[in-house]
Design a protein around this ligand. Structure first.
Ligand SMILES: Nc1ncnc2c1ncn2[C@@H]1O[C@H](COP(=O)(O)OP(=O)(O)OP(=O)(O)O)[C@@H](O)[C@H]1O
Length: 210
């Protein structure tokens, strides 16, 4: 499985946000996306997730059999995307049924993020960090090889950041791929890194050519 991004450009509100972004990602690899506020990190993930059209460039996804890129990815954005009135367990059950290709049970996934005790609590009662952990537990209830994570450590305490790091490394060990934006180090082994710069010139951004 291989994701190859070539010379990608992004426009929002008719403004060019970035251009010249290229990288490749293969089974077991992680890409860390850094850059200043407003540089376009979330926009890059939005493009990869199919939520935003690129202004230019190409995304090639290969060696995934019959599956499309959309069928192979998990996206966890800034917003947790949880239903506040449902319990943590119900949110995960919904995600598992909706996404298909089930992996861990909701209870096991909550255990993996240290939230087994919250399974029956409405998400509305959870703290910001706990909600974030439920959102991340969605990664575990349905098997999908490419994880697109927008600032996954936001609201997480140090212990939860370490739990997340271990989950990410375990996903890679099983052949998964990760692209994550971040403002703080994720401490992933041998991760690739690109820094997105707001760009008005055609300067190629740092990264590995496809
Ligand atoms: N829907 C939109 N319409 C117009 N402009 C937008 C829209 N969404 C984002 N932008 C602009 O696109 C630029 C890039 O935003 P983006 O959220 O991708 O940046 P970011 O690097 O993720 O920032 P941060 O580190 O603050 O999360 C910003 O200038 C933002 O204002």
């Amino acid at each position: 499985m291989r994701l190859s991004v070539n010379n990608l450009a992004c426009e929002r509100g008719e403004r060019r946000i970035f251009e010249g972004v290229s990288f490749t990602l293969q089974a077991g690899e992680a890409l860390v996306i850094t850059g200043r506020n407003g540089a376009g990190k979330s926009s890059l993930l939005d493009i990869l997730a199919g939520r935003l059209h690129p202004a230019d460039g190409m995304i090639l996804f290969s060696d995934a059999g019959e599956r499309t890129l959309a069928e192979c990815l998990h996206y966890v954005g800034h917003r947790d995307g949880l239903k506040a009135a449902l319990t943590a367990g119900e949110n995960l059950t919904f995600a598992r049924d909706f996404l298909g290709n089930p992996d861990l049970s909701p209870r096991e996934a909550l255990e993996a993020v240290g939230l087994a005790h919250a399974a029956r609590l409405p998400v509305a009662y959870l703290s910001a960090g706990q909600r974030r952990r439920v959102a991340l537990a969605r990664l575990l209830v349905a098997k999908r090889p490419l994880w697109l994570l927008d600032e996954p450590t936001s609201a997480l305490d140090t212990a939860s950041q370490e739990t997340l790091r271990l989950l990410l490394e375990s996903h890679r060990e099983n052949g998964g791929m990760i692209a994550a934006t971040t403002h703080s180090p994720l401490f992933l082994t041998d991760a690739k890194e690109i820094r997105i710069e707001r760009s008005l010139s055609p300067a190629a951004l740092a990264g590995e050519g496809a």
